[in-house]
Design a protein around this ligand. Sequence first.
Ligand code: MLT
Length: 258
Amino acid sequence: MHRIIHHVERGQGIPLVLLHGFPFDHTLWLPQLEELTDAARMIAPDLRGFGGSHGVPEVMMMEDHARDVNALLGHLGIERAVVCGLSMGGYIALAFAELFPEALRGLILCNTRAVPDGPQARKGRYATAKRAMEQGVGGIADSMTPRLIARASADRHPDLVHFVHALIAHQPAEAVAASARGMALRPDRSSMLASISAPTLIITGSADELIPPTDSDAMARAIPGSVLVTLPGVGHLTNLEDPEGFNAAVRGVLEQVA
Ligand code: MLT
């Protein structure tokens, strides 16, 4: 039996699960939690280890996170939900789609990909885990923040840079290490994409440096009937950098599944 992960709930309507990226917590979704209350019953968990969710093992596989999300939905009495994940949240959303297809009412994959890490990226994950455990998360916040947010977004919203930096810096080192190790071990989910039958929206930013828009194009080609939205001039954190464009796209899929 899993301990139920910490989460916040906002709004009414179709259940919409918001899975944050690495290494954040549910606060990543503030613009959605504030603006989409009329459109969905939003459930934004802190993935295990992050924010207010404790008890993380040494390695947190994407499937472990997906099982936590499924246990949370069971706890809330929700049978089917639209599952939206950004980046690592998207890796988890794909694991969820594979493990619990019957619970999927819709899928929103943001700034993410189905392909696994290559050897170089995998080495980087283990270096991140080591650095977090030995030196703390501050240095990771310093090096990641400028790569996450497009220059144009940072110029437009200087507060965003501080918000993102602080959000990373206050995550526990154990959580960062466990999910970095889990991401390194995630399988290739390219071949399961064709079997996704839930309405699927794919969102990316044209200036995403971490996960290039070509990875989103590949998923859009592979998932039958999926819709791809590329937000111009936006980086890896589409939901924060362009909340209006992001929320409009999400409203579209919520109307489709209603
Ligand atoms: C994320 O935003 O979740 C991470 O950057 C994903 C990754 O490192 O692959």
